[in-house]
Design a protein around this ligand. Structure first.
Ligand code: ADP
Length: 502
């Protein structure tokens, strides 16, 4: 998943999940504590709900049952309110309901279970008269610093003493269940927030840090030169994209490092080959020169032969150096091509005419078949393409089989986008194992090495480079002992480039 989407989802979860979980926890805890309040204080569901926003009503309700019992007691045996034991028992019950008991007789406090001294408690208790039986069933609220709810029973005993029994409930306190509820809610909210953010952080962490660690491992490997270290698979997000790009870069780097090793090796081989190919004629020249100097060539005929051989070897060297120069210029793209639109039939026709005259001297037959039915054009550098044709033909001449009439055939075909030129000879042919390699620089087959004809193994490398620079293709087919066929594909000029077809 994309990192952007993950962040978006995690933001939504961060907002929604804590609210949902906290809501659920709040509901559950409320039910538990509500039941506990109902059980402990004997109050109904409605009173608790009201108590949430009006604690006075809830505090009033929790002493209701005791207040009712006291009322019955007033009617049946009011003298009980002078009985210390009874009053202690009553105040014990009230203290579990978070309330205290105060009893006054004729205005004087005779029992006080509150923590406040009599002088203080008297200030908050409502006045009473024997006429009023009950001050209020609900209770009287005393605000200010006292914050108390007082339920009071006023009555007269048989001896005409005025009694006032008060239940004092301080509103400054909180029900233990409410306290627990608040603590639990705070705890749950904190836990939900911690768990949600921890979960989401881990989720995001795993999609950022894990792939970054893998990337770091890969860069460390590359730094140490280990180009074979493959980047492990990573998630499909933005960092994953970077990792995949990195892997592609590693492959390219590895390839270029391998290419560099290969080209270094090729360069060394090239130098070895050049030295070898120059050394061979030089050694021969040295030998013949020494032969002349030491008088081994003691007849004018021998001397002339030695000099001719020296001249031939010098020519070979000159040719080799020329070929090397051309190849090196082509290889480093220093040959400026001048592409010209040519009529294919005209171009190959002219070439064959030239070649034909040269071949006549070597008594080799040349057959030229132009199979084009319509005029076709190609964009080529005529001079460089001539080098290609001449090289192919000169090889055919060089590697002609002895003892049979040499034949060279050139066929020209129109094949859609390409012109297909086929050069076949009936020469010595090339072994199957060598056919693929003859276009490599300095590659020569064993037969050609042993032949009397000189050669550098560079000619076909030059041919291939020129053809490829023309966006064409060249390949060879050969049957050893029967002959060789060279196939040359050249791109045709597009119709719109061809004024005659327009
Ligand atoms: P070289 O200077 O040796 O001719 P080339 O690059 O022109 O170098 O050719 C490479 C090798 O391919 C030759 O040495 C020869 O063995 C083989 N070859 C090329 N053309 C022919 C052909 N027409 N017949 C037989 N062998 C050929």
């Amino acid at each position: 998943m994309k990192l952007k989407n993950k962040l978006y989802i995690s933001f939504c979860i961060m907002v929604i999940l804590p609210v949902l979980l906290s809501g659920l926890a709040l509901g559950g805890l409320y039910c538990v504590q509500k039941e506990s309040i109902e059980r402990t204080y004997n109050v109904d569901d409605g009173a608790i709900l009201v108590g949430v926003y009006s604690p006075i009503i809830l505090f009033g309700k929790i002493t209701d049952s005791i207040y009712k019992d006291m009322k019955t007691e007033v009617d049946t045996s009011p003298e009980q309110f002078t009985n210390k034991e009874y009053l202690d028992e009553l105040s014990g019950e009230l203290s579990s309901k978070m309330s205290c008991l105060v009893v006054r007789r004729n205005g004087i406090i005779i029992y006080n279970s509150t923590e406040a001294p009599d002088s203080e408690i008297v200030k908050i208790l409502p006045d009473y008269s024997a006429d009023e039986e009950n001050v209020s069933d609900v209770g009287t609220y005393k605000g200010g610093e006292y914050q108390s709810l007082i339920k009071q029973l006023n009555f007269k005993d048989s001896e005409d003493n005025f009694y006032s029994v008060s239940i004092v409930t301080s509103l400054k306190q909180i029900l233990p269940q409410v306290k627990t509820f608040i603590m639990q809610v705070i705890f749950v909210i904190i836990m939900v927030l911690i768990i949600t953010s921890l979960g989401l952080t881990l989720w995001i962490y795993s999609s950022i840090v894990k792939p970054l660690n893998k990337l770091k491992l890969a860069t460390d490997n590359i730094k140490e030169g280990n180009m074979d270290f493959e980047m492990p698979k990573v998630s499909n997000n933005e960092i994953g994209d970077v990792c995949r790009d990195f892997e592609e870069m590693r492959v390219v780097l590895k390839q270029s490092a391998e290419d560099k090793i290969k080209s270094d090796a090729e360069e060394k081989e090239l130098i070895r080959n050049i030295s070898h190919d120059l050394k061979t004629p030089l050694t021969a020249i040295k030998g013949y020169v020494e032969g002349l100097r030491d008088g081994i060539a003691n007849t004018p005929e021998k001397q002339a032969k030695y000099i001719q051989t020296i001249a031939n070897k010098v020519n070979d060297m000159d040719k080799l150096i020329d070929e090397l120069t051309i190849y090196s210029r082509l290889d480093t793209n220093r040959v400026p091509y001048t592409f010209v639109r040519c009529n294919v039939s005209d171009y190959f026709g002219d070439c064959c005419e030239e070649i034909g005259t040269e071949l006549e001297a070597s008594q080799i037959e040349l057959e030229y078949n132009d199979h084009l039915t319509e005029p076709a054009y190609m964009n080529v550098d005529p001079e460089q393409l001539k080098r290609v044709v001449n090289n192919i033909i000169s090889n055919s001449v060089k590697y002609m089989a002895e003892g049979r009439q040499g034949k060279i055939k050139i066929d020209l075909y129109d094949e859609g986008d390409y012109i297909h030129a086929i050069f076949s000879d009936n020469g010595i042919g090339i072994a199957a194992k060598d056919v693929e390699r003859i276009f490599e620089r300095f590659y020569r087959t064993d037969e050609s090495r042993n032949s009397k004809h000189g050669g550098s193994g560079i000619g076909l490398a030059i041919v291939k480079k020129i053809v490829e620079d023309h966006k064409g293709k060249i390949w060879a087919e050969s049957v050893e002992g029967e002959g060789t066929t060279m196939h040359l594909n050249l791109l045709k000029a597009k119709d719109e480039e061809n004024p005659e077809n327009a």
